[in-house]
Design a protein around this ligand. Sequence first.
Ligand code: ATP
Ligand code: MG
Length: 285
Amino acid sequence: MSMLKLAIQKKGRLSDKSLALLRDCGIRFSNGKGKLTDKSTNFPIEILYLRDDDIPRYVENGTVHLGIVGENEVLEQGRNLVVKRRLGFAKCRLSLAIRREEEYTAPQDLQGKSIATSYPNILQNYLNEQNIDAQIETISGSVELAPQIGLADVVFDIVSTGSTLLMNGLKEVEKVCTSEALLIANNELPDSLGSDIEELLFRIQAIYQAQRSKYVLLNTPNSAIDAISSILPGVKGPTIMPLGVEDWSSLHAVVPEDQVWDTIGKIKALGAEGILVANIENMVQ
Ligand code: ATP
Ligand code: MG
C-alpha cells in the first residue's frame, strides 16, 4: 500500500511555514539536512522537497498526492487538481506596475505596451477580459528590472509590501488577483489513503480554528456571573469555578480573536477583574 506523499517547497518563501504547519499538526521528521525526501517518524506521510513551480505538475500526475503551493502557481498552470483548503500564509497579490514618473488612469493605458512577467497566462486572461492588446515578455525572475534595462514598459509580478517596486522606481497601478498558500490534491486519490488525508485535514482545521480564537479567564463577583456569561458564550458556555474568596468565581471561555478587545471592554464594565487572554494551540469541536 502506498504511503501518503506531500510535496512542499524545498527552499523559499513557502518552506518555513509549510514545515511549521506540519510541526503544529504533531507530524515529526528526522530533519536530516539536505534530504530531498523525508518520512515522518510518527505519521504515515512522506515529504518531497521540490521547486514550487514543479509542485502542481507532480500533484496532477500523481507523483505526490498532496502539495502546498502558492495560488499564483495554481492559477498560472491551470492544471487538473483539487484545492483541499486555503492555508492563509504567503499572502500576496499579482499587480501591474509602471515607472513612477509615468501617468496612469485606466487599464486601457496598457494598450500596445510590452509587459514583463513570470505569469503570462494570468496576465493574458486579464488582458483579454479588459480587451487590451499588449505584448507579453515572459521571464523567469527579476521581473522588476525589466523597465530599467529596456526589456518592457510595464511589469506584472508578485507584490506584498510594494518595497521592491519602490526600490526599482516603479509604482503599482492595477491589482489583478490575490494569492495565498493552498493545500492541493490529486484528482483521484486512492481510497486506501482516505483516512490519513482526513486525519491530516482534521488536524489542520483544529490549528486554524484555534488561531482564530483566544482563551479568556477572569474573576467576577457572583452577582455578575449571569451578565458576563451572556457576553462570553464559550464553545458550549463558560466554565464557572468558585474562587477561594467568598462570593467570587473564575470564568473561562473561548472567544473569537476579532471580538476579544470588545469583549474585554464589556466584561470589565460589568465588574470582571484579573482578566487573562491566552493563545490556544488546538481546538477540536
Ligand atoms: P523556487 O526556487 O522553489 O522555484 P521561487 O523563487 O519561485 O522558488 P519564492 O520567491 O520562494 O519562489 O516564492 C514562493 C511563493 O511564495 C510564490 O509563488 C508566492 O505564492 C509566495 N510569495 C512570493 N513572494 C511573496 C511575498 N513577497 N510575500 C508573500 N508571499 C510571497
Ligand atoms: Mg519557483
